[in-house]
Design a protein around this ligand. Sequence first.
Ligand code: PLP
Length: 371
Amino acid sequence: MVDLKGQYLKIKEEVDKGIMEVIETTSFIKGPAVQRFQTHLEDYLEVKHVIPCGNGTDALQVAMMALGLKPGDEVITTSFTFIATAEVIALLGLTPVLVDVDSDTYNINPAAIRKAITDKTKAIVPVHLFGQSAPMEEIMDIAKEFNLFVIEDNAQAIGADYISNDGSRKKTGTIGHMGCTSFFPSKNLGAYGDGGAIFTNDDQLAEQLRAVVNHGMKVRYYHDYVGVNSRLDSMQAAILDVKLKHLDEYCDARRKAADYYDKAFANCDKLKTPVRYKKSTHVFHQYTLVTKGVDRDALKSFLAEKGIPMMVYYPVPLHMQKAYKSNRYSEGDFPITETLSENVISLPMHTELTTEQLEYITSNVIEFLKD
Ligand SMILES: Cc1ncc(COP(=O)(O)O)c(C=O)c1O
């Protein structure tokens, strides 16, 4: 699905130099490389504070810990996302309240959020799924009206712009009270191991977040909060600092591949190509189509025989996952999510796709769908 080796070879010299510098200085934890990357990412995102941490799941957990939410408090999120989003809510003893998504963008539906609000609701976690923004203006309006926190799960959309009604642009992840991201290797800005970060424009929250990721201490060995140990290591920061310089070009390469797919499948009535939300740029973390009347398993086997990977993100909606089944929800509660789970497919999407590869992938998909 990705070609990390090909991408590495193009930036090998810079990356190797960055890694060697960390080894030479032996500042493996909290070294200058982390500070440098943090500052560069703040500049790129035009956000006041970036708090690096161990991974994207920790970023979400730490963001929720910093809000001081109490067990039983409700956090609204989407039923169609990677499990990490709801996992940390449950782990903290909070109640994940799931809502359905929009059938075109696969992102959380603001009208459904509004309906799910109770007097226990404390926060909303929109996910910018597959690389484009959730409807942030509508979400921020609801949050303001009901006095709720907004934590953006930006793990899949770093580099995307949200475009407001007045035409102004902000990077996704910098609109809510906090934004969280993952630097998992296959992410648009991926490390060579685990990594994550939280973004905020709020000075007080930033101070709190920095303490929570560091055992709850602001002053060494004085623990004001129950915290965690969640750090971005220097080696990963050095690699990410190199890759950040290429992020816009990586996003362009993904968009170009998506354009090719869109064109190739335009007349294929068994496939619905991804709808581009007009208030967001799309950075195509995934290229995800909705199939109509297609045997996905047979398509997957057919493509596998030709050496083409295909994935289903995500085959089981959150409310139907074994660990999250509760009396609260049953099958049929989120019809759009359920239909998507049954019908979506994702094709290879990365920065190194060549026209030949795209032609090979699309012609084989079309060949299968002809039958
Ligand atoms: C939407 C979403 N949220 C959270 C995460 C968690 O990130 P990580 O794997 O770095 O913990 C991911 C990554 O897979 C993700 O896709």
